[in-house]
Each structure stands twice: as C-alpha cells, then as structure tokens.
Design a protein around this ligand. Sequence first.
Ligand SMILES: Nc1ncnc2c1ncn2[C@@H]1O[C@H](COP(=O)(O)OP(=O)(O)O)[C@@H](O)[C@H]1O
Ligand SMILES: [Mg+2]
Length: 632
Amino acid sequence: MAATRTTLAMHFVVVVAVMAEGPSGTTVLGTAPSPGARTLGMLFSPQLPMMARGFLWLMLTNLCALAVPRLVNIGIDIVEGRGATAPLSLSAVVALIVTLAVVGGVVRTQSRLVLFNAGRDVERALREDLFAHLATLSSTYFGRSSTGDLMSRLTNDLTNIRLLAGFALLNALNGILVVVVTLPLLFLLDVKVAAVSLLPFPLVIIAAQLVSKRMFRRTRENQDAIGALSTVVQESLAGQMVVRAFSQEDLVVARFVEKNDRVFHTSMRLARIRLLMGPLMGLMASFATAAALFSGGYAVAAGRMTIGDIVEINTRLVQLAWPMIALGFTLSVWQRGKASLSRINEVLVARPDVVDGAQRRSANSLQGPIKVSGLVVNVGAPPRRGVDDLSISVPAGSFVGVVGKIGSGKSLLLKAIARQLPVERGQIRIDDVDVIDWHLSALRQAPGGVAVVPEDGFLFSATLRENLVFGAAAATDADVEAVVDLVDLRRDVERFPQGLQTIVGERGVTLSGGQRQRVALGRALLARPAILLLDDCLSAVDVETEQNIIRALQSGFGVDAGGHMAAATIIMVSHRLSALKVADLIISLDQGRGVERGTHEELLASGGLYATLWGEQQRREELAKRLRGDAA
Ligand SMILES: Nc1ncnc2c1ncn2[C@@H]1O[C@H](COP(=O)(O)OP(=O)(O)O)[C@@H](O)[C@H]1O
Ligand SMILES: [Mg+2]
C-alpha cells in the first residue's frame, strides 16, 4: 500500500506542479505578479460552479468506463467455468457492459459541453476586459505597439486561453480521476504485478516535466512570430495605397515572406517537441503492458491470479495510458495557454500615462482660457524634450496661431493641451485648473469641452453623417446641415450619390484628403467645443476655402440650433502662414522652444524667422497665381 500512496502522490504533485508553476512566474491560486495581470486562478474563479458541475459529470463518465474491466474479468471467470462463485450471470454482465457504454457516452458529451462552455466564458470575459483596458490606454501606448500585434493578442492568444480553460482543464481533471480510481484497483488485484507494471510511469512524468519547460519557450517564440506577421499584414493592407504609389510590392512581399518563414520555423520547432510527447508516452504504455503480462503470467502460474485478472489489469493499464498519452498534448495546450496569458498580461499591466484627476465640470461649458507655463513634454526612448520650457497665455475666445518647421513640437503642444500626452514639467491650466487635476471626460465631453482635429482626419467606414455626428449624438439635422456649410462641404455632399448617407470606405479612402479633413473638422465642430485645437487640419484644402472656414470659425460656429454659440478659443497650427494672418497672437516654435511671438504685423516688422518664411510663401503663391493666369 505504501507504493500506492507514493505513486499517487507523485502523480498529483506533478499534475498540480505542471499546472501551477510556469516560467512566467504566475501560479494557479497565487496573487497577480503585477497590478492588472491575471492569473489562471482569477480567470477560473467565476467559473468554479460550472466547472464543478462539469467535474461531477466527468466523475460519472469515469465510473461507467472504469467499471467495465471488472465486468470483463467476471465474464471471463464465468466462461472459464468459475460461474458458481460469480455474483452475476453472463447475460447480466453483457447487458451491464452495453448499458454502461450507452450511459457513459451520454454523460461524456454532457461533461464536455459544460467544461468547454466554461472555457468559452473565460475567453469572453477576458476579451471584454482586454478591450476595455485598451480603451483606457493613452496615445503613447498605441504609438509604441502595433495594431496587428494587438489584434493577434485579441484573437489567437484568447483562443489559446479558451483551449486551456476548456480542453486542457477537462483532460487534466479526467487524468486525475482515472489515476485516482485505477491505481487502488490495480493494487487491490495484486500488489507485485501492479508495482512492476507501473514502473515505466514515473519516467513518463519526469520526461513530461523536462519537455514542458522547453515547450513554453518555443510556444512563446511562435506566438510572438504570429504577432509580428499580423503586424506586417495589417500594415501592408492599410498602407496598400502607399505601397502601390511607390511600386514597393516586392519589398512588402519580401517582408511578409520573412515573417511568414519565421512563423513556419517557430511552429516547426514547437511541433518537433510536441510530437516527441506522443510516442514517448505510447512507448511507456507498451512497456507497462509487457511488464504486466510478464509478472502476471507468473502470478497465474502460481495460482495467485486468474486469466480474468490479467485481462482486467491490462485493460486498466490501457485506460491509464490514455490520460498519460493525452498528458503530452494537454501539457502543450496548457503551456500554449499560459504563454498566451503572459502576452495578454503584457497589455493588461500597461498603465495609461495620462490619468483622471478629480475635477468635474460644474458649468455647462468650459470658459476657455489656457495658460501654459514652463511646459516640457518628453518624447521617445531615451526621452528627449519635444516641447521645451514653453509659456503661452491664451485668453478665452482668442485665436492663437502656431507656426514652425516640421518637428518643432507643434503637434506635441496641442496633444499636451488636449491631455493626450503627459506633462513632464511646468503646467497647463485650462479654466484656471491644472490639466492634471481635470477628469479626462469632463475635459473632453461635448458640448463645451476640448476638441482636437489632427492633420489626417481618421474616418470610420460608416456614412458621412455618422462620421460627422460621432462625438455629438444629440446633433439635429439642422446642426449637421449648418456644419456642412461651415466647413464648405456642401458641393461635395451634393455630388455624392447618397449625399450624407454615402458610406465612406475604410478610413475614408473614398474621399479626397481635403474632403476627409473637412469632415474631421465638421465632426469636431458638431461637438461644439469651447476649445478647438487645429493641427494643420486644412493643409489639403485650397487657400481661399481655408480662409473662408477660418473666418466662419472666428465669428462663432453657428451650429447651435437654439442659440448662437460664442466663438471658441482656437489654437491653430498651420504651415500656411496666410491662414494665420488674422490671429490675435502667433507663436513661432523652434526645437520645442517659443522663439517669436506677436501679431502678424509685429512679426513681419521684427524681421525674424516668421518674416523669412512669410516672404518665401508669398513668392511661391505669387508664382502659382501667375502660372494659373498664364494657363487661363
Ligand atoms: N511618439 C513619438 N516618439 C518619438 N518622437 C516623437 C514622437 N512624437 C513626436 N516626436 C518627435 O518630437 C518632435 C516634435 O514632434 P511634433 O510636435 O509632432 O512636430 P511638428 O511640429 O511637426 O508637429 C519631432 O522631432 C518628432 O520626431
Ligand atoms: Mg505636427
């Protein structure tokens, strides 16, 4: 009996150890290694009632299956002529075997259904958490990570977790049940025979442990390769216009082939080690059968056992071998699930670098004064100053222009004001409250909040109207029509087949750059912001249209169906200096520093960087006008 306990204990220890301890350092029931990360225990605990139900069905299944070898044993005894001592008749034995097969089949289906459903629930809950978490992360995070890789985490990796929580759990539980029932029965039949035939099994367990460590590493390698592949696919599809324009199809295909090869090689490496498991386990099962026949033969000769006993032992060894063979596969699914969980945890532990403050908005609308003092914004790794010690005072309702060369920090300034980037040093005050203290939704919420219009307005594949009202669900048709006029989209809309109901292609590919920009501006205006941050968002629109739009913006948006809306505070970045002539104040940035400031006239008079740029642009516009004149 001592041998029983040792072997049993060993199997338990191994199964539990394999489940609990992985190279990722998470444990089944341990606490999460860092805030946000999930452990298997956290994923499973809401499913415990369902899993318990599945486990009950599984126990019934095994009762049915594990009774059969004993019935066969009794049947053989009867056939051999020892029917007198048998508790049942031969026909009763046969009827029982058939009944158990039918009942066992039904119950097995039930147990799979319940446990697999638990796996699906785990997957759904984790996917929801993951997506909700992504929504809290700031633009810095999305700047660092690739869409394709995130997509692969939201799909492939979650599938692996479903398999872990369903398939692998079922097999592990099943294995434990079979072992717990079979081992005592074997030893009750004959201790010596049982001990000899079980000799190969510890070797299996040790081999499984060795292989599983390596399997985790290779699995992780393979999953990262899949992530990299989906990045390439996603980028080349999204950027297919650029690819064609520069006829770089070959380059894209080459990059794809490289990543695809990597997926192939890593999955081959993984498959090699996974394939090793099956034969290894099968070999052990055959050794066990041979050992049973050998030692059982002697026991029969010595009169300690019947032929029926040997058949029962052999059947039980085969039943025991199956979970062992499946153990290899189960381990691989388990490790794959754990590797996937570690990839998902990488996302879950990411913290937004811009977080909510406590300040809610009391009045209906922000008033709009902005005060920037000594602002430093860092970018990149290692961090360097993108905005450097910048101070600006923007009174409510004023129009401030920002100019500067490419990379001078204009966009960073707007993003910091809109709280898309963290403030490294200094302060930004909106309505005399530090932006750090503002609750993000209070700051951004429509109407009367802060709106940013980036240079390349992103559009959803939806109708034009849906794109326009994205941030303003309450907008009326009159509001939408007013904005269409304001951003000079009227003629374009009339030319579209279904007007405002026209569906723009993915990211708005069916629109021109200028149309896209004006839709994006319209979307911001419909949210009726008190502070409007324009990041070169009319660069693809012609000069006259841009000036018309700016004039309209300065005199209020006029989109409020009820009352007229006061003019917002506007900060506008533009490469086209003529657009900013009417600004109350113009700041000129150089390497993140404010180098010049004043009105258009003041800056021209001072003869600095602004004056030089102005001269260049004037000459270019003159030239363009003359060329148009010649052509006419
Ligand atoms: N996410 C980022 N990571 C690293 N560097 C960045 C990032 N965003 C901007 N930068 C760098 O910061 C500087 C200012 O950028 P930006 O404000 O976008 O310039 P611009 O004046 O053209 O709008 C540039 O040198 C740019 O390369
Ligand atoms: Mg920019």
